[in-house]
Design a protein around this ligand. Sequence first.
Ligand SMILES: [Zn+2]
Length: 88
Amino acid sequence: MSRPHKPVLRRCVSCACLKDRTQMLRLVRLASGDIGRDGGFGRSAYVCRSEACLQDARRRKRLQKSLRVRHNPFIDAALVAELNKGPG
Ligand SMILES: [Zn+2]
């Protein structure tokens, strides 16, 4: 049985808007305590791939708060990498 494609909406930690998760950066706190990108199970947080939201998430440590981690260089690195990609 095939299922029709249905967008999976996720809430951005910065602007709180709902978007299709394919348009967002996802970070997940794995059971091990490490932070992963796509894949893996655990508490996950999403942020829009827009400069405003990425910058805001970085400045205010929104992903850290959402994932309940105190300090993790991987989160900042992931945001910087996304910002460096630019639009598109
Ligand atoms: Zn956003």
